[in-house]
Design a binder for this molecule. Structure first.
Ligand code: AMP
Length: 281
């Protein structure tokens, strides 16, 4: 497995692979890899000749008040996981490699970024779209893999690729959970023992909401109310949002007459966690 820190090094390698007619899969990550990331890499390895995993904590998708500095990092462990999963190349640039001092060009998006995480983190998706666009230009993938864990991000990337006619297929992958239901996340490491227990209200609310929609309830308000009640049963939980939106456009929509995304963001202590499910009628 190749470890590469420079943009030019990755470009040289992917051009060589392309000239041999090999297909390339890309898995963008911020590192501190777990089974959720591994499921994306496994899928990419099964569908492409070569797989590039990027490990980059992208500064421009964090607001000044957020956890850029404290975001967990363990590059040696990440490389071991990538090697075991049979990735071909790990791209691990530093921030200066990705952003020149006079960097000036951003990819921004209307509509799909207005609600949910886009509302609480107004500059987040501009940073995500910009870095993902750069990674596509650097790794030139045939396919790129994103988790449904970050469902709005998946919808945003799909829209960007469609709107800007990018030549990459976006593959969405299911949420991987801990045995007790908590969605795996690098940020789970922030949780104390007590908070880790309290964090179960997220998946409990998600499972309850899903069960209600599956039982035929189509009133979104009723479902969201029940979910909020479950979350607020923990004194450590503070709701950022509990919402139902159209899955493709991420517009608020409280009737289940089209594919909907039910998404939540909840602070457990100081840690902001997200979870969701998609329901197709
Ligand atoms: P991150 O390193 O958190 O930016 O995540 C990198 C990619 O892994 C994103 O596409 C995430 O949606 C995906 N991912 C993170 N956690 C999970 C999970 N528990 N299950 C599935 N995919 C995940």
């Amino acid at each position: 497995m190749i470890i590469e820190n420079t943009v030019e090094g990755v470009k040289r390698q992917v051009k060589a692979w392309k000239s041999e007619g090999l297909s390339i899969g890309l898995v963008p990550t911020m590192g501190y890899l777990h089974e959720g990331h591994k499921s994306l890499i496994d899928r990419a390895v099964s569908e492409n000749d070569r797989v590039v995993v990027s490990v980059f904590v992208n500064p421009i998708q964090f607001a000044p008040t957020e956890d850029l500095e404290s975001y967990p990092r363990d590059f040696d462990a990440d490389c071991r996981l990538c090697e075991d999963a049979k990735a071909s190349l790990v791209f691990h640039p530093d921030a200066d490699e990705m952003y020149d001092g006079d960097f000036s060009t951003f990819v921004d998006m209307d509509n799909v970024t207005k609600e949910l995480c886009g509302k609480s983190r107004p500059t987040h998706f501009r940073g995500v779209c910009t870095v993902v666009n750069k990674l596509f230009n650097i790794a030139m993938p045939d396919r790129a893999y994103f988790g449904q864990k970050d469902a709005q991000q998946l919808a945003v990337i799909r829209r960007m690729v469609r709107d800007l006619n990018m030549n990459v297929e976006i593959v969405g992958c299911p949420i991987i959970r801990e045995a007790d239901g908590l969605a795996k996340s690098s940020r789970n490491t922030y949780l104390s023992d007590e908070e880790r227990k309290a964090a179960l209200v997220l998946s409990k609310a998600i499972f309850k909401g899903k069960e209600m929609l599956e039982s035929g309830i189509s009133d979104g308000e009723e479902v969201l109310e029940q979910m909020k009640e479950i979350i607020l049963s923990s004194p450590l939980a503070k709701i950022d949002y509990v919402e139902m939106v159209k899955w493709d456009s991420i517009e608020i929509h409280h009737t289940v007459d089209c594919p909907v995304l039910v998404a939540i963001a909840v602070y457990i202590g100081r840690t902001r966690l997200i979870d969701n499910f998609i329901f197709e009628v």
